[in-house]
Design a protein around this ligand. Structure first.
Ligand code: CIZ
Ligand code: SF4
Length: 367
């Protein structure tokens, strides 16, 4: 989505100047507003958050604040949509910069998913397929999944959701992240030969796959990826091990297969933080995920004499998260103080109801 320029007063503001005014606006709004900050958000912004977490935890935290009229989500678009769906319209959800999207979520559109589904129906396998979408997806995709008997998953509960889906049908269509799908299926004991890739941009029909392979596959993985996690490679892991022979390597499952296999462990943002925090004092950790999370963990665990560093020596921030600058946060808060709601994210009720079904199924499956 397009974010028109902020009023000049805000666009000229430095991060430091914004701090006092953000705190003053928060005090004025009191319990009427709750600010959520995703783990990948930069320090200058996340310091103002009432809750920190991954996308699903935050959406639930927001909905649980019953006194709050407004949820200001310092994250990206699909997260604000999930918060709106889970809040059931009781709160108004605000995204401080409308252009804060997710390049991975944008790799699957509802039109492309519908075209894929029609092709699978033409091949005679439509009724065998259960669709599963990663939470990093537009509300319209979650709605499609809800309508077609599937569920949402996060990087924490993907294996449980895939297991459930395979009890409902013969095969899974997984979007938009091929890597989370592949890494999870491999960890569950499936073989790469049971997986095919659906390329929504393929010029050939059937997403660039043969009809036979699509009919035989257990997993149809959408050709999408995260550009931040795509930067990690095996060479970086080897280098970290050469430098610190006792280092432990933990990466996010959005990384490529060979990176996950070369690491000691993998997991969601919540898991990565838990594992490093629970590790013995003095341990060393090379982490393959977004730099803002890694830097905060490094800073925090320094007190416990732990060395925590990012696998990629060249900074790899999520550039869309970065678009939520303190000035954007200030602008939405001061607008609320003036009684003006800007940048509200609303999911149409017909889309929200099926999307909620898909999210609720995930909750029932994964708890
Ligand atoms: O769901 C999230 O917040 C993301 C993007 C990743 C994770 O592992 O938490
Ligand atoms: Fe999307 Fe990747 Fe940013 Fe996560 S890190 S929000 S998947 S672009």
């Amino acid at each position: 989505m397009f974010q028109p320029p902020l009023p000049p007063e805000y666009s000229r503001l430095s991060d430091v100047e914004a701090v006092d005014r953000i705190q003053a606006a928060k005090r004025t709004l009191g319990e009427r507003v709750v600010i959520l900050g995703h783990h990948y958000q930069r320090d200058e912004t996340i310091r103002h958050a009432d809750f920190r977490g991954d996308s699903y935890k935050l959406a639930k935290d927001g909905a649980a604040q019953e006194k709050a009229e407004f949820i200001v989500f310092c994250g990206v678009h699909f997260m604000a949509e999930s918060a709106d769906i889970l809040s059931g319209g009781r709160q108004k959800v605000i995204l401080p910069n409308l252009s804060a999207g997710c390049s991975m979520a944008d790799m699957a559109s509802i039109h492309q998913v519908r075209a894929c589904w029609r092709a699978l129906e033409r091949l005679g396998v439509g009724s065998d397929v259960v669709p599963v979408t990663y939470i990093n997806s537009a509300a319209s995709l979650k709605s499609f999944v809800g309508e077609h008997g599937g569920a949402v998953c996060t990087s924490s509960n993907c294996a449980k959701v895939l297991k459930w889906a395979l009890a409902q049908g013969e095969k899974i269509l997984f979007f938009p992240d091929q890597h989370l799908g592949r890494n999870t299926a491999l960890a569950m004991g499936f073989d790469e030969s049971q997986m095919v890739i659906w390329d929504p941009l393929a010029t050939e029909e059937n997403g660039g796959e043969t009809a036979e392979r699509l009919r035989d596959a257990k997993f149809i993985l959408w050709k999408g990826h995260c550009s931040v996690h795509g930067r990690f490679n095996v060479r970086q892991i080897e280098y970290a091990r050469e430098r610190y022979p006792d280092v432990r390597v933990i990466v996010h499952p959005e990384c490529r297969r060979e990176v996950v296999e070369a690491a000691d462990d993998s997991g969601s943002t919540e898991k990565i933080q838990r594992v490093v925090r629970d590790a013995p004092n003095g341990s060393k950790w090379a982490v393959g995920t977004e730099i803002n999370l890694v830097n905060r963990l490094a800073h925090e665990e320094k007190a416990n004499d732990k060395l925590v560093f990012c696998l990629d020596p060249i900074v790899c921030p999520c550039s869309t998260m970065y678009r939520i600058a303190p000035a954007n946060l200030l602008w939405v808060l001061e607008s609320l103080v003036r009684g003006e709601i800007v940048n509200q994210i609303t999911v149409p009720p017909d889309v929200a109801s099926n999307a909620l079904l898909a999210l609720d199924r995930m909750l029932t499956i994964a708890g």
